[in-house]
Design a protein around this ligand. Sequence first.
Ligand code: GL2
Length: 836
Amino acid sequence: IEASIPEGQRAAWRKYSAQEFKTKDEFDSEVVKHIETTLARSLFNCDEAAAYAGTALAFRDRLIIEWNRTQQQQTAADPKRVYYLSLEFLMGRALDNAMLNTGMKNIASEGLEDLGFRMEDVISQERDAALGNGGLGRLAACFLDSLATLNYPAWGYALRYRYGIFKQEIIDGYQVEIPDYWLDFNPWEFPRHDVTVDVQFYGNVRKYTDGSGKQISVWENGEIVTAVAYDAPIPGYGTKTTNNLRLWSSKASHGEFDFTKFNSGEYEASVADQQRAETISAVLYPNDSLERGKELRLKQQYFWCAASLFDIVRRFKKSRKAWKEFPNQVAIQLNDTHPTLAIPELQRILIDQEGLEWDEAWSIVQKTFGYTNHTVLPEALEKWSVPLIQHLLPRHLQIIYDINLNFLQYVERNFPKDRDMLSRVSIIEESQPKMVRMAYLAVIGSHKVNGVAELHSDLIKTTIFKDFVKIYGPDKFTNVTNGITPRRWLHQANPRLSELIASKLGGYDFLRDLTQLHKLESYVDDKEFRKEFQEIKYANKVRLAKYIKEVNGIAVNPSSLFDIQVKRMHEYKRQQLNIFGVIHRYLELKDMSPEERKKVQPRVSIFGGKAAPGYWMAKTVIHLINQVSKVVNSDKDIGDALKVVFLEDYNVSKAEMITPASDISEHISTAGTEASGTSNMKFVLNGGLIIGTCDGANIEITREVGEDNIFLFGNLSEDVEDLRHHHFYGEFQLDPSLDRVFKTIREGAFGDAGQFSALVNSIVDHGDYYLVSDDFKSYLDTQKLIDEAYKNQEEWLTKTITSVARMGFFSSDRCIDEYAEMIWNVEPVKVQGQES
Ligand code: GL2
């Protein structure tokens, strides 16, 4: 308030207030100004990178004007806000999205042409913001887009990693990891050197009794690290709302270096603290669905939770409302268990710093938080050792113990006969060392817990959280099936399809209400529409074929059936099942006469995905795919009948090119292991069909598109346990086709067999945990059906168009409305175009 301009000068201020560019000329003038001044370049040395920079800065300025306006109006309205805490936001590129969401892409295209550049070339200069691993991080990014589009007052909070997910190179068929230093030039972030939070680690807790007899705890003598905010504007589509993604960067609390040490000649020590502090936000952990229990990771989690909560509480306090109003002003969603420390942290703030009584504080905490579970895989469930937390966060450990004590007393009162229940549900696992079960803490500290697809939400209630359903009743647990933003995954990734749909539906409203797609069903028999739809698919395949030729040097025929599996490499996702199927196909082709071979449906099997650097088995599968690719692609007998491609460095921007080019995509996880999957939705929305197991969102996709329009196979999740048991105790007979595949590998057909023995043995000798052998036959049979079905192109086209028309349910807008109503209880705030 002290810093605001006096009434008398505001007219002048308003007159010169920054304005968004509206015309092509204004846009060009912004671009040239940035290139000539911000970048200090001229028309004699302006390459595509500079053109990108100028364009991005012009749009950045525009977004920041809308961002400011949004923040001012939201502050004035002071509504309940949503805070989405996620350690990962896999944003991808920002420029194209900013142009489309603000509706200025056409103007910018024409403007760039005037200046001598092509839009496509300029867009492709941008590096992905890759602050995430896979589906969980991309879901968070889609949610931000929907929150802004639907005008919810919402903030994302994460860390500003100096290194995002590594870049993957394939060298001699092996994955090699290259660091991704993405901050070289990032026009989208705003450093807020005035928004900082001091975060404490280590130290001790001093207890004393104050004058009124109240027990006070003081956490002191710790090490302080400073969090600095960096903001990235998030524009909604077709709305004035521009929300904020706030990323915290760590630095030493005493600045560049410690002057006392520096002045006494300890030069190295003087910068060592600084480096230690900066390490906290230095790197994204590259594991997808796996937790490794490293101290630095726990430090990252607390640093981020503490800074974010301080910020949220600071904003709440500005409105001078009573503490009991906190849950009416603040909804915090925990994206997986990674931000669970926010629960004891808020309790600590309320009791230690704000002086609330335990019970009052705890009731505020529970009403504030919601928790989303994204996996039932045991290796992904976070546990932290008690000694580690004791050392790093001594006060939080006490609070966690108190939360547990109160909870267990409640359980004991209500379930006096079930003695084992207490040890089963305790937050503390009585192991050596003792461990804190973060998922239990998240459940106990939240008012709602949700899974991410129907099957998964049912599974969490009958497996990992079974006891908690008894304790709290079923209403605490709910489902919000995942979704994707149609702005990026249709309009941006597949502009021609988006345009075709708009031409039939009378405009682009479907991008804001995806259920309108159902009207496309009346065009299923429309000749003209079918032709265009098919042409678009073909053009998208041509584009991918061209890319494959350029990057992999492999010539693929765009008329072949494109079969794509792109996602993180993981045994549960079963890329090994796919590549064994490819080997089987190769062997069958080799058995055929040249005449017979001519009759088969040509196919291109395309793979892509990163393996966590320490995940040896996943890396072995990458290696096998590349070896098979080498052998098959150079086999003269085979020709176009089969090609195998591994696309290096799969990421969001590549997904935008790959997804629209599929005929079939593979979502073939062992039933019950893939919580939802979201790329399955992207592929169908872009006119591709699915081969999949009865898992995650595949089940709901089937419900929507109809059983005739999806290729399901394999065992069901309810049978998985028995099948696994059978591998160890039953008579085990390996499927003969799979046996032949293994023999071929063992004979060295794809290079040194020793390299693949662990992979083969995991199935033959070690219990086949992911049930590859159990599903192999049904997988092959289904692939045969696909070959047959694809031959009837007219039928195939009908299936794909029908499926697109029925995908309306899977918009992330629908998810966000469900969260808003069922979990957050927040309302949209419409932002006006002009300053009010
Ligand atoms: C995941 C699930 O594996 C995936 O099926 C789901 O679509 C996403 C988003 O809900 O979450 N869980 C998880 O730990 N990771 C995921 O991608 N890494």
